[in-house]
Design a protein around this ligand. Structure first.
Ligand code: PLP
Length: 399
């Protein structure tokens, strides 16, 4: 480690809240699927920040949109019309099952908006008392109190209790368990079509269709958290498309503005009506800068057919990992869709991450033993497949 890295690390450890733990890699530049550290070393970023840089780092069209917007108008309040906000909303509505969009700044805020929408919609339809939201075990929806309460993993909640009341978790892909959880207090189901933080677990199509039917029968809102799996990551523009299921609400964030903070809650007309003037807001929500970046990023996804690319390249990547599984008993399972792939290992994923990093590859983890790959959707296929050779070498030489 150079003196400069030591300096950054010392400052970070002295002045920052230590909620991200100790870090010893300072990334200072990014281009396409690559990032560089402050010592000039290059890495292939197979985590896309954390599911954010789906277009790669510093996509020229996103950068140009940000530059243009930054010298035109950075901020005005939502007391006024904001042109890039309306343009991004139009794009999202035209390409999703939703009719209306609320913008915020992060994933957790998008989930909070969905929770508030579900509660208020139910309140207007049925009066008070029907505000239970069913979510899935192992899910992840964010770190603020509402989204944390929705999250089906107690490890994130520990010490922050009491959680917001009336969230019930059921196991993924178990329709009977979901049916059994529905009583007269339930107003909505919230789930990730492909669970991300929980270890890359896709919902089965028949399960999601069953959940849709159940929601229709019991008049519940079906809300998909596509913050990680949406916008091409799963091999479709929205993961919902893959399953042939139309949710009433979709939450987005992460990659939506190509690397600039943004969140969005998309909703069908009928429930959207309940968030009328004055019921919900965010000072920076839908700000000109992030929305201009969002318009450019969304247009790139469409123009470069990134969902299709994600499906094709991701399919071949998964195939290669499945071949590695045949060869190495240390790979327990390979799961995922598109370019959202997890390899469950028989040992801590951190070991593999460390080896890959030493060989210029950044991969993530999802839980203690799942190696997580969320490569930029523009990643060069040969480079991606070459990463599996590095993994192969690691598994072959690992004691
Ligand atoms: N929902 C899902 C599915 C996520 O993966 C995440 C973040 O990883 C969130 C919500 C929270 O997003 P944010 O960190 O932007 O608040």
């Amino acid at each position: 480690m150079t003196t400069e890295t030591e300096f950054i690390q010392t400052q970070a450890e002295k002045y920052l809240l230590q909620n991200y733990g100790s870090r010893n890699l300072a990334l200072v530049r990014g281009q396409g699927a690559h990032v560089w550290d402050n010592e000039g070393r290059r890495y292939l970023d197979l985590l896309s920040g954390l599911g954010v840089n789906n277009l790669g780092h510093c996509h020229p069209k996103v950068v140009a949109a940000i530059q243009h917007q930054a010298q035109t108008l950075l901020h005005v309040s939502n007391l006024y019309l904001i042109e890039p906000q309306a343009r991004l909303a139009k794009l999202l509505v035209e390409h999703s099952p939703a009719d209306r969009v609320f913008f915020c700044n992060s994933g957790t805020e998008a989930v909070e908006a969905a929770i508030k929408l579900a509660r208020r919609y139910s309140h207007e339809q049925h009066g008070p008392g029907r505000h239970t939201i069913i979510t899935l075990r192992n899910s992840f929806h964010g770190r603020t109190m509402g989204s944390l309460s929705a999250t089906g993993q107690t490890k994130y909640q520990k010490g922050f209790e009491p959680m917001l009341e009336r969230f019930v978790n059921v196991p993924i892909n178990d329709l009977e368990a979901m049916k059994a959880a529905v009583d007269d207090t339930v107003c909505a189901v919230l789930l990730e079509p492909v669970q991300g933080e929980g270890g890359i677990h896709p919902c089965r199509p028949d399960y999601l269709r069953g959940v849709r039917e159940l929601c229709d029968q019991r008049r519940l809102l079906l809300m998909f958290d596509e913050i990680q799996c949406g916008l091409g990551r799963s091999g479709h523009l929205f993961a919902a498309d893959e399953f042939g299921v139309e949710p009433d609400v979709i939450t987005l964030a992460k990659s939506l503005a190509g690397g600039v903070p943004i969140g969005a809650m998309l909703a069908k007309e009928e429930p959207a009506k309940v968030l009328s003037a004055g019921t919900h807001a965010a000072t920076f929500g839908g700000n000109p800068l992030s929305c201009a970046a969002g318009v450019a990023a969304f247009q790139v996804i469409l123009d470069e057919k990134l969902p299709e690319r994600s499906q094709a390249v991701g399919g071949r990547f998964k195939e290669r990992l499945l071949q590695l599984k045949q060869k190495h008993a240390a790979i327990v399972e390979v799961r995922g869709m598109g370019l959202m792939i997890g390899a469950q290992l028989a040992f801590p994923a951190a070991e593999a991450q460390g080896y890959l990093r030493e060989h210029g590859i950044l991969a993530g983890s999802a839980g203690p033993d799942v190696l997580r790959f969320l490569p930029p959707l523009i990643v060069d296929e040969n480079e991606l497949l070459a990463a599996t050779e590095v993994l192969d070498k690691f598994l072959t030489t690992r004691p």
